[in-house]
Design a protein around this ligand. Sequence first.
Ligand code: DC
Length: 230
Amino acid sequence: MKNITIAIDGHSSTGKSTMAKQLAKALGYIYVDTGAMYRAVTLFALQKGYIGPNVDKLDLLIPDLPLIHLEFRQNDALGYSEIFLNKVNVENKIRTLEVSRFVSQVSVIKEVRHKLVILQKEMGVKKGLVMDGRDIGTVVFPDAELKIFMTATPEIRATRRYKELLDRGADISFEEVLENVQQRDYLDSNREFSPLRKADDAVVLDNSTMSPEQQFQKAMSLAEDRINTP
Ligand code: DC
């Protein structure tokens, strides 16, 4: 069976990673969450005090980029890989609202994108991979055999994210989450380098009214179609 590259892009909290993980599992492919990579660099900047409430010393991050080592390690108990920042598992730490608040500022930095895109391209040389993010179908793998662009209304996405954060014990209001979702949409779509946009040949999946099962079936049939195309 032919191995293909599957690029999944779209707005934040559209369930990209859930669907990408399901697809990777069903096809026996590697899954790479590129948002986790931008989040881990943001966590590094927070830990170093280069960014924070009323702090913006992000210019100091650029000379430090060679000190950032990122790696995905498979967790067999969970069935997917987790991200390690300089050998430390930061999978939980990168999912906080604090990281979400600052990640757009870090992901606009040209040098950060350059470093992460090189790593992402290296991960995909052998194909057989599902990668999700914002610029996968446009910049990282413009030749991917299957590109999916996921979207849903901001309110629906904020509701999903709010539930997720409450499950993690966060003390937060729905309005704060909605504001974060809308702000990230704006920043992701309007940044100078690699803004979020649908690749011309991407299939749009609006899951506002789709169940996770329906969306998975749709993506799976698209993948099978591309795999079986000679
Ligand atoms: O998918 P996510 O919400 O975990 O991504 C976190 C942030 O990282 C998001 O606001 C935009 C940025 N990002 C990016 O700029 N390019 C990518 N390929 C993936 C994520």
